[in-house]
Design a protein around this ligand. Sequence first.
Ligand code: GUN
Length: 290
Amino acid sequence: MQILDGKIVSQAVKDDLIQKLALHHAEGKKTPHLAAVLVGTNGASETYVASKVKNCAETGFKSTLIRLDENVTEEVLLENIERLNADADVDGILVQLPLPKHFNEEKIINSIHPDKDVDGFHPMNIGKMVQGLPTYIPATPYGILLMLEHYKIETSGKHAVVIGRSNIVGRPMSILLSRNAYPGNCTVTVCHSRTKNLKEICLQADIIVAALGIAEFLKADMVKEGAVVIDVGITRVPDASKKSGFALKGDVDFADVAPKCSYITPVPGGVGLMTIAALLMNTFHASAQR
Ligand code: GUN
């Protein structure tokens, strides 16, 4: 069993970006600039956005964090996005999800200019991704592809089972793994909360992507010997022994499943770090194409 180490791979991606950025600067090109919008004080969102901002700084990118009160109107959020759309220095915009309940997420995502939509959530960019055209690939699936590529994991002809059908992870992941490219060319099964005989389907998988958001859901008796297991979950579970009061748990019961795997991602230290590296890649491309 080999660990797919998000720390090593994300650092390799960032080192590559640092080199690319030096070349860009030598050619007189601008510094990539990411604008992140955070509405409210959701603890997990705070952590993710802080990490995105920190990683921008470490890579030499510029970042702007716009914090809005939980109770702002949709109009105020839309005005902020409009301002960022019009700002020639801003290359990439992301609105951290989930938004408080009174927002229409679809309307907000659709208001981001597709050229600056580094999350790859705008319908225009999703449409391009589905057709295999160059575009921003949503950061978590993109990060997983980068990880599979780094470890040269064979995907062609493999049966990939994606558990979860969210717009952020499961849906795009299933499309990307089935495309005619590397990593890809998998036969893909998408499982979700209504799937019957999930265990039997998982047992057929050469590659499992667990993205359902239930801590330690995937157990050893659901995994074939030698499978590649990618864990997208990061659920906070109460843990009095931690200073923060919680521990991060993946969707995979790591101790149980790992001995059966050829490769497995840990949590933390796996996909989460790759998500940020992929976001930086998208932001660099957003900047380079302008
Ligand atoms: N919430 C969870 N994952 C993501 C992500 O990739 N982008 C944004 N904007 N919000 C998220």
